[in-house]
Design a protein around this ligand. Structure first.
Ligand SMILES: *Cc1c(COP(=O)(O)O)cnc(C)c1O
Length: 391
């Protein structure tokens, strides 16, 4: 095979751990492995390390207090803890929750579970670019609305939601505001105080940290019920011996990501725009998500490619060494297009040809050039075999 390189363009799915992050984590596996809750100094040292990581994490998102950070096993757990934890602890105030039709499954399925406990959920529509309308939220607010949960940025199409505006509306109606910011943290500026966020979920592996660790920001005074009971770690909000190595990894990767964000987001946005421009040169391709590039994640390019099956495209790209993703067949193996693409109003047959290319810290311009060389070849080959393709 001629000139095959490996291009990882699926950074919205997960990212590589940076060398710096790995180096900071390593001592906590084999040398400094003490339990932070132990009384002897070997353990107590790690309590200090843990609290330092908590402070770094709080600072990176503009939280006022380190104690507002709860470490979890990742984005999914943070979403579950925020939504179930708040709903169950505040059920006496009301049983109505508002969310959107483009949330990640970790929010979607959690809300479904709460419906079985008697909560009522309103899922807001989005427009054709994936924006939740503040006006629609205002209209959906009710006397018994206790929680509004809307993602900061969408994982499939990269649309960045007007979080500060939405949070203000939730507060005006007496509700608390949670955001799944797993795609946003480390990629666009986030300040929980300035944006009026009461609870925020993040996950380390989406910003060059390790998998299996995340954090939930919970503003002081916001009450949540724990999901995991046990030794009472994390101020009784999340039991289980703290994974010091993972938590150090999260804090290090996050601090690095926030530090380089101003320059890195400009670099990535330029690569993204070059990628979008190149892909859009092919006939019958549409861009999905925000057309205003300033309201799009800097690394995310997403499309629907006419007359092509997303899965077939991903497999062909894989032969070329390119890792990309499609929303047209979900992880369960069903052939339904993703709920996100359908919420944009795209017909099934269009949504079937979806392609997401998500760039990250380790991508270069050569990667983009390589994708722009190979993708049109693959698309032309697939279309030549397609019964529905018409020039
Ligand atoms: C990846 C992702 C999650 C899940 O995070 P995990 O750490 O993999 O559990 C939740 N929400 C969004 C928007 C994501 O992109």
């Amino acid at each position: 095979m001629e000139n095959i390189r490996k291009v990882y363009a699926d950074n919205a799915a997960t990212t590589a751990v940076s060398q710096h992050c790995l180096e900071r984590m390593l001592p906590y596996f084999t040398e400094q492995y003490g339990n932070p809750s132990s009384l002897y100094s070997f353990g107590r040292e790690n309590k200090k390390v843990l609290e330092n990581a908590r402070k770094m994490t709080a600072d990176a998102i503009g939280a006022a207090l380190a104690d507002e950070i709860i470490f979890t096993s990742g984005g999914s757990e943070s979403d579950n803890l925020a939504i179930k934890g708040y709903a169950r602890a505040n059920v006496k105030k009301g049983k109505h929750i508002i969310s959107s039709k483009i949330e990640h499954h970790a929010v979607f399925e959690t809300l479904d579970a709460l419906k079985k406990e008697g909560f009522e959920v309103t899922m807001l529509d989005v427009d054709s670019e994936g924006f939740v309308s503040p006006e629609a939220l205002k209209n959906a607010m009710r006397e018994d609305t206790i929680l509004v949960t809307i993602m900061a940025a969408n994982n499939e199409i990269g649309t960045v939601e007007p979080i500060a505006e939405l949070a203000a509306i939730a507060h005006a109606g007496g509700a608390v505001f949670h955001t799944d910011a797993v795609q946003a943290v480390g990629h666009i500026p986030i300040n929980v105080v300035e944006m009026g966020i009461d609870m925020l979920s993040m996950s380390a592996h989406k910003f060059n940290g390790p998998k299996g660790v995340g954090a939930l920001y919970v503003k002081r005074g916001v009450r949540i019920q724990p999901m995991i009971h046990g030794g009472g770690q994390e101020k009784k909000r999340r039991s289980g011996t703290e994974s010091v190595a993972n938590i150090v990894g999260l804090a290090t990767a996050l601090t690095d990501a926030v530090e380089r964000l101003p320059a890195e987001s400009v670099r990535l946005a330029a690569l993204r725009d070059k990628l979008i421009e190149g892909v859009m040169k092919m006939p019958k391709v549409i861009l999905t998500g925000a057309t205003d590039m300033s309201k799009r994640l800097p690394g995310t390019a997403s499309f629907c490619i006419n007359a092509i099956e997303g899965e077939a495209l991903i497999l062909r790209l894989d032969f070329m060494g390119i890792c990309a993703s499609t929303g047209s067949a979900c992880s369960s193996g069903s052939l339904d297009p993703s709920h996100v693409l359908l919420a944009l109003g795209l017909p099934h047959e269009v949504a079937h040809g979806s392609l997401r290319l998500s760039l990250g810290h380790f991508n270069t311009e050569q990667d983009v050039d390589y994708i722009l060389e190979k993708l049109p070849q693959v698309v032309t080959a697939l279309r030549a075999m397609s019964p529905v393709w018409q020039e």
